[in-house]
Design a protein around this ligand. Structure first.
Ligand SMILES: Nc1ncnc2c1ncn2[C@@H]1O[C@H](COP(=O)(O)OP(=O)(O)OP(=O)(O)O)[C@@H](O)[C@H]1O
Length: 253
């Protein structure tokens, strides 16, 4: 579980996150949603322990993530930030292998190689392993970055807008793979994913944390968040939720 208590974050005298108390359950996929500038990326950086809040605490699986040493943090949480640069000269396999760095510190062993191979498999990248990143499509490249975060083998995997700039086919493909990580199995992970696509959040999230203007607007199971009233109020615009073929469909009017 991730436990956030009394969290405040300030940048240059501006309050970015304000008095956030929330819990993110250990099982299932969590989406973080909210308007532009609400503080979603800032929250993710705090959860990864990369940005120290001005007040409050964050415990990830019981560990005080702000006080923890970098190596300890990197074994609990992997963060894929928004708009990762493409590092063009690297191959896909090199990039994914970076995910193992916190474990081997430059001396990869057999287990690291096995985990890189498994990560390439999970994200269907084996055929692309030796391709340089600058020869891939945006969707393939994004899959490689998510695989790198996966290779870090942490119980939590934080992804900031992993679907941005992807066409529907690539977006649904990555979303399904991320969702599969959160399902019970041998290697279950807790994905926490910033999503602008409300349709994806409505369909794949088990839990949704909503931020608005730096405040916690709501943190609840999907069914309590994906309603016309809640989404309209969160985004200050008319939004209707309807059921089509048993799935919630979000219509921005
Ligand atoms: N390093 C920083 N220095 C100063 N202000 C910052 C910094 N990082 C973020 N901010 C400000 O904090 C606020 C929240 O930004 P953040 O990127 O966390 O929001 P977001 O919800 O992820 O936005 P978006 O949906 O547009 O990506 C914004 O007003 C932004 O300008």
């Amino acid at each position: 579980m991730i436990e956030i208590s009394g969290l405040y974050l300030q940048h240059d005298g501006q309050q970015i996150l304000k008095d956030i108390d929330a819990q993110i359950p250990a099982s299932g996929l969590t989406a973080v949603i909210g308007p532009n500038g609400a503080g979603k990326s800032s929250l993710l950086h705090c959860l990864a322990g990369l940005v120290a809040p001005s007040e409050g605490s964050i415990r990830v699986n019981g560990i005080d993530i702000i006080a923890a040493r970098a190596e300890e943090r990197a074994r609990v949480v992997a963060l894929l930030p928004q708009g990762t640069s493409s590092l063009p000269r690297l191959t896909v396999a090199d990039l994914v292998a970076f995910g193992r760095w916190p474990h081997h510190r430059g001396r990869p062993g057999p287990q690291d190689h096995e985990i890189v191979a498994a990560s390439l498999r999970v994200f269907d990248l084996e055929a692309l392993a030796d391709r340089r990143l600058d020869t891939l499509s945006g969707g393939q490249r994004q899959r490689a970055f998510v695989a790198m975060a996966y290779a870090q083998s942490t119980p939590w995997i934080l992804l900031d807008e992993p679907l941005s700039a992807l066409d529907p086919k690539y977006a649904i493909d990555i979303m399904r793979r991320i969702h599969a990580l959160s399902r019970p199995g041998a290697d279950i992970r807790g994905p926490v994913v910033v999503l602008h696509d409300l349709g994806m959040a409505a369909r794949y999230a088990d839990w949704i944390l909503c931020l608005k203007d730096g405040h916690l607007f709501k943190s609840a199971p999907r069914a309590e968040v994906v309603t016309s009233n809640t989404l309209s109020e969160l985004f200050d615009t008319a939004i209707t939720v309807e059921q089509v073929k048993g799935c919630p469909v979000v219509i921005v009017e």
